[in-house]
Design a protein around this ligand. Structure first.
Ligand SMILES: [Zn+2]
Length: 472
């Protein structure tokens, strides 16, 4: 008997004892759907993509990791539980894989039996053979992507997505809470800017946008405090006393602080009196905006010197940004507490990073230097851009740049790798000729692996033939 169908999944073993493997399905963006084997983890689901090929892991980052990156184990981003990669396969996918194997086996049997019956039928006048219709092939499934938060671990460069709040990178296990909130922070700053950019006459819209930005900071802040607290509680030594349900304790600074005493930790201990007062005032403001249509009541007037009862609460973009920055400082403290060491990216948040609503690689600045297909020579407008970068590097002696070359997908991978490197080196050569020290510049070539535009039109390809500059 032949096993033509089953053989497609074969990875080893013998003819009578085959070893089969089916790859888990990928999402449209090429990630693999994962589910934590820890039933207490919420919400259990996440997706995992790929790491950057040439990412350098620092010693500082390594200290915060639970696992050597790219090991055969995965860390549950919600609960920190470590288990072999296979145990993170979603049960639906496991079932679909079993169905696929079963289907292949049935098809092989059917083929064998059909051959036999056809043989019998052809020798007999009274028997005709008609095979039954085939069943549809089962398919693997993947989960919805619209609620996913996309992250790229700043410790090991693994790309992944979590629902709600994930505490750890699923690849290396380093806490990524800081990274998570930075994204929130950036979105809030973007909302504030949007509010401030509204024309006169649209004050109402502007106020509404600021109200939403304010609410978003607070919601994310409270949810993060609560998530970390519950993680701490779940990981206390055995026999620790039970705690009361959290309810809305994290909507109040004093109660939140009291809660964290269960874990002998105070996430607010790095804040000065001023910052604490600002935090308190902003938590109060939420009540006014959310439940009182922005009109100051007696309780709020007590806390805020400038507010008078009956007036509309003041919302200023810069205040919201400051509030978000204070929340970020508390989150950074939680992130440090999760593994006992501060994040290696702490202190690197520039104004620019905070403003950028883009989650991935916020330190990246794309320099618009375009190239012709299969060429590493700069076009005239590219030279102009490089001159501007030279001026910037001269003005900021502390700025170091990684020059990263990219190609479109028309050549072979080997040619593209070489060409992308030549492009990066062409830019580097001009910078060095202009008097920039070589040790401030790194070069790398990524071939066609990181397109900015996925289409096959010439405009997409032209956009991909580029050089990017990244601060390092
Ligand atoms: Zn990682």
């Amino acid at each position: 008997m032949k096993f033509n169908n089953l053989n497609r999944y074969r990875v080893g073993g013998t003819d009578s004892n085959m070893q089969l493997a089916i790859k888990p399905p990928a999402t449209p963006s090429g990630r693999i759907y994962r589910m934590s084997p820890n039933e207490d983890a919420h919400p259990q689901h996440f997706v995992m993509g790929n790491p950057s090929p040439d990412f350098e892991i620092t010693a500082e980052a390594r200290k915060r990791m639970k696992l050597e990156p790219r090991s055969k184990q995965t860390v549950c981003p919600y609960s920190g539980v470590v288990a072999p990669d296979e145990s993170f396969t979603h049960p639906d996918d496991r079932q679909a894989a079993l169905d696929m194997v079963k289907q292949a086996a049935v098809e092989d049997m059917r083929a064998a039996v059909s051959d036999m019956l056809r043989g019998v039928a052809s020798r007999s006048k009274s028997i005709t053979y008609r095979p039954a219709p085939r069943r549809a092939k089962p398919r693997l499934t993947f989960h919805r992507a619209d609620l996913l938060r996309d992250l790229v671990c700043d410790h090991c460069s693994r790309d992944y997505g979590v629902y709600a709040i994930g505490l750890f990178c699923p690849d290396c296990g380093a806490p990524n809470l800081r990274l998570h909130f930075e994204r929130e922070h950036a979105l809030v700053n973007a909302q504030v800017e949007l509010a401030e950019a509204q024309d006169e006459g649209l004050e109402e819209l502007s106020y509404r946008l600021l109200g939403n930005a304010h609410e978003d900071v607070l919601t994310a802040f409270e949810a993060t405090l609560k998530t970390v607290y519950l993680f701490g509680i779940a990981n206390r030594p055995e026999g620790a006393p039970a705690v009361k349900p959290v309810a809305n304790d994290f909507q109040n600074l004093e109660r939140a602080e009291k809660r964290f005493k269960d874990l002998d930790f105070n996430p607010f201990d790095g804040l000065g009196e001023d910052d604490l007062a600002t935090l308190r005032l902003n938590i109060q403001k939420r009540h006014i905006i959310g439940h009182n249509l922005g009109v100051v009541d007696a309780k709020f007037a007590e806390h805020a010197n400038e507010a008078r009862i009956g007036e509309t609460v003041h919302l200023v973009g810069d205040d919201i940004k400051r509030f978000a920055a204070i929340c970020q400082a508390v989150i950074d403290r939680l992130d440090e507490w999760l593994c006992g060491a501060p994040s290696p990216t702490l202190g690197s948040t520039s104004e620019e990073t905070a403003k950028s609503p883009k989650p991935k690689e916020p330190k990246k600045k794309t320099l618009d230097i375009r190239f012709d297909t299969d060429r590493a020579t700069l076009q005239p407008d590219g030279r102009k851009a490089v001159e501007q970068i030279t001026a910037l590097l001269k003005a900021q002696p502390g700025l170091n740049l990684s020059i990263e070359g990219h190609t479109d997908d028309t050549g072979t991978p080997a040619r593209n790798a070489a060409l992308s490197m030549e492009r990066a080196e062409a830019v580097q050569a001009i910078l060095v000729q202009s008097g920039i020290a070589e040790n401030r510049l790194k070069v790398a070539g990524y071939g066609a692996a990181r397109p900015v535009s996925k289409g096959a039109a010439e405009a997409d390809r032209a956009a991909n033939r580029r050089v990017e500059l990244v601060r390092y």
